[in-house]
Design a binder for this molecule. Structure first.
Ligand code: NAD
Length: 394
């Protein structure tokens, strides 16, 4: 059976590459971009790093900055309406995963409406294949985390149903990406940690997934080595250029890995926490990662052991059984080093958590991600895992 490998058509990778943005647009014959970003990028002036090179080339870009972290269907509705006016020929998603995912979803929804294929974002959620999109998206990440610049996914919250929906298909794959680690120096410590663990989770889940293939393995292992060696440094020393560069490359490779394999149980259980309790995506992944990894260890011992060696938790010659224990312990220690709170420490109310367990487990299973896990859980096992995560006893 073949593995279907996808990636953007062009990726500019390296410090200062955002300065080449206008040339990239010209290559594709694009000249009327709508920049999709968030209010912080505008307030802080960071968006100028994207707008200045465009202006210098005579391109006056419009800006849509009414995006929110963990994007919602209502924001996508407003954004898609802007596109329907027909003034633009591409979207530039500039920011963390939230603005990039917003740009992707706007393109899918605007096209879906025009083509009569759907009028609401939920019309495109998995298992629907969202392969069609209208305007091409150029992704410029400013966090080293989601890998969204290289993935065929966008994650949008259904505000009526309180569900974080996974939308998957070629329609969500950017045409091109600019991956410039110099945009990440200003990322605050908490977000450096959360986004970094997000990318580590992508790489690990892609590697142990039932849908892993030889190509995704190369990307996942490379990403784990980069992230394992550099995440703590990037967290402790925000201005450390080699660490920031390695994290940006690792996040991108982790994105390539999971878009060509899949994510698994951590992501399946993470999205419902985000939707119910507004925990940032990377942070909910981090809360789950040690316990969910421990749950699957025996079902894919050799793979988990290899992951432990690449991340740097285990030595090359150590037997699989030793390496897998070191992986689970190492992930728990990493959370302590990165000051990852428990759900209670984050401020979630215990009664609210308990009341939501059944629904979260159902949403996790419905997303399809748990079915890719080396050990596929039942609903009762997912509920039990949420309880372990609450206890913080990982
Ligand atoms: P984010 O985009 O929500 O940004 C988090 C915060 O960091 C925001 O306040 C933002 O303004 C700030 N920020 C971003 N870049 C900064 C910078 N350079 N300097 C200072 N502050 C900066 O966070 P994220 O973790 O990058 O993205 C999370 C979203 O991505 C979630 O919605 C998640 O579901 C989604 N996601 C998508 C994919 C995918 O494949 N499409 C994969 C994983 C996660």
């Amino acid at each position: 059976m073949s593995a279907a490998i996808v990636s953007p058509r062009l990726m500019l990778v390296g410090g200062g590459s955002v300065k080449e943005l206008a040339g990239m647009l010209a290559k594709f014959g694009l000249s009327r971009p709508l920049v999709v970003t968030d209010p912080y990028m505008v307030r802080s002036g960071l968006v100028r790093r994207c707008l200045d090179p465009l202006e210098a080339a005579g391109i006056a870009a419009a800006v849509f900055s009414d995006t929110v972290p963990e994007p919602t269907d209502t924001v996508i509705d407003a954004g898609a309406a802007l596109l329907q006016a027909g003034l633009y020929d591409c979207l530039i998603g500039f920011g963390g995963g939230s603005p990039i995912d917003t740009a992707k979803a706007m393109s899918i929804l605007a096209h879906g409406r025009a083509a009569g294929a759907g009028s609401h974002m939920r019309d495109f959620k998995v298992p629907v294949q969202a392969d069609a999109a209208g305007l091409p998206v150029i992704a410029i990440p400013t966090t080293a985390g989601t890998g969204s610049e290289a993935t065929r996914f966008t994650v949008i919250t259904d505000t009526e149903r309180g569900e974080k929906m996974l939308i998957a298909g070629l329609g969500a794959l950017p045409l091109a990406a600019v991956v410039d680690y110099e945009l990440t120096f200003t990322v605050p410590k908490r977000i450096t940690a959360d986004t970094g663990v997000d990318s580590l989770t992508h790489a690990l889940e892609a590697y142990v997934s039932r849908r892993a293939n030889p190509y995704s393995d190369t990307q996942a292992l490379a990403a784990m080595a980069l992230i394992g060696a550099n995440l703590r440094t990037a967290y402790a020393e925000p201005d450390n250029a080699p660490a920031r560069e390695a994290m940006m490359l690792g996040a991108m490779q982790a994105g390539i890995a999971f878009t060509n394999s899949s994510v698994a149980l951590v992501h399946g259980m993470s999205r419902p926490i985000g939707a119910a309790f507004h925990v940032p995506h990377g942070l909910s992944n981090a809360m789950l990662l040690p316990a969910i990894t421990r749950f699957g260890l025996e079902a894919a011992q050799a793979r988990y052991a290899q992951a432990a060696r690449h991340i740097g938790f285990a030595l090359p010659g150590e037997p699989d059984g030793v390496a897998t224990e070191k992986l689970a312990d190492g992930l728990a220690q990493l959370n302590r080093d990165l000051d990852v709170p428990t759900p209670g420490g984050f401020g979630i109310d215990k009664a609210a958590w308990d009341a939501r367990l059944e629904v979260m487990a159902e949403q996790a299973l419905a997303s399809g991600s748990p079915a890719n896990n080396p050990r596929v859980p039942s609903k009762a096992e997912i509920v039990a895992l949420y309880q372990v995560v609450w206890s913080g006893n990982q």
